[in-house]
Write a protein that binds this ligand. Structure first.
Ligand code: SF4
Length: 249
């Protein structure tokens, strides 16, 4: 299915409050999924893209989850005072018909709501943004290289439309790029830095590829990537004043 088709599908179903999200996994406590917050992370099942470096390969197929959303909600009722927030991650949360309702339920329990997304469904993002306190948005490549990474025609347009929505929303967000030199040569990573510089966004996190959970045998065998100091210096030079680059090696 093309990215454009999923965008329409997600927009159609994003208001379907009767449909529960499909939960592929749960991290009870994370200090990194929403930096600065004590969060539980709910991993939604299913994603329409096919990034070779995906470290959540088991979450890509659409299908049954490992537990039900009501079970997660019941558990969350035991967490006030122990958690600040719930982060919806994936897979791709924006393809879940019941995402907005799940977010409302989480807020109703007194928790903040965070979102990890690839930006593949900007219309769905627009619907849930008012419910979010923070968003981590993947930017995978410079525009021209996007379909090579995601396997999805139109993916660059969707991701950058999502970035535009975030910039207009005023909601705090972080851009994140997972990097492996076999998929994105340094010159293309620098090209992405230039596009981010032009967008003027304040925070970009560059995450070195990790083989854990990756289904691509050649990448998994190659092992961890590492962003070296020389590359960091070139990337920082490409960014504008006031733009922060965080390296997660
Ligand atoms: S968009 Fe995210 S979940 Fe989907 S395949 Fe790519 S890395 Fe994996």
């Amino acid at each position: 299915m093309t990215s454009a088709a999923h965008k329409g599908e997600a927009a159609d179903v994003a208001t379907d409050a009767a449909t529960e999200i499909v939960v592929g996994g749960l991290t009870p406590l994370s200090t990194s999924d929403w930096p600065g917050m004590l969060a539980a992370t709910v991993f939604c099942q299913g994603c329409a893209w096919n990034c070779p470096y995906c470290h959540n390969a088991a979450l890509r197929p659409f299908g049954p989850g490992e537990r039900t959303w009501p079970e997660v909600l019941a558990w969350l009722t035991t967490r006030p005072g122990l958690l600040d927030a719930v982060v919806f991650s994936g897979g791709e949360p924006l393809l879940q018909p019941g995402l907005a309702e799940a977010m409302r339920q989480v807020r109703g329990l007194g928790f903040e709501v965070g979102l990890h997304t690839s930006g593949m469904a900007p219309q769905a993002l627009e619907r849930v943004l008012p419910l979010c306190g923070w968003v981590g948005l993947d930017l995978k490549a410079p525009r021209r290289a996007y379909p090579r990474i995601t396997g999805a025609p139109g993916s660059a347009e969707d991701a950058w439309a999502s970035l535009d929505l975030l910039r207009e929303s005023g909601i705090p967000f972080e851009l994140r790029t997972t990097w492996h030199p076999a998929l994105l040569p340094e010159d293309e990573l620098l090209e992405l830095a230039g596009e981010i510089a032009a967008a003027g966004t304040p925070l970009w996190a560059l995450q070195a590829f990790q083989p854990e959970g990756c289904a691509d045998a050649s990448l998994a065998t190659a092992g961890r990537a590492r962003v070296d100091e020389a590359l960091v210096a070139r990337l920082r030079a490409a960014l504008g004043a006031g733009q922060q680059l965080i390296i997660r090696n």
